[in-house]
Design a protein around this ligand. Sequence first.
Ligand SMILES: [Zn+2]
Length: 110
Amino acid sequence: MKAGDVRAALESKRARLLADMDRMTAPPADASNISFGKRVGEGTSYAVERLVQVELHDQMQVVLADVTRALVKLDEGTYGTCDACGGDIAPARVEGLPWATLCVSCAAQR
Ligand SMILES: [Zn+2]
């Protein structure tokens, strides 16, 4: 992948993550329809759904941090280099995961 393509891929991933996270933290449009006490099951499944979303949101935040870091690395000229050991990140890994900031062995230790 060319550097320009990598940047475009990272920036679109970043925009998508931010949009998704925005939607998750926004109050749900149908929140006013949830009436507690009417049907017991509904409030519970809503709570479970929120829990799943919080977890997803956390994972997205981790990816977002990696994407942001990868963009900085592009600017620094250290893109493709492991943040932990300074070694090269395998091209196949970067190809599949353009926001990888650690080599495979360092990522496994994280
Ligand atoms: Zn490493």
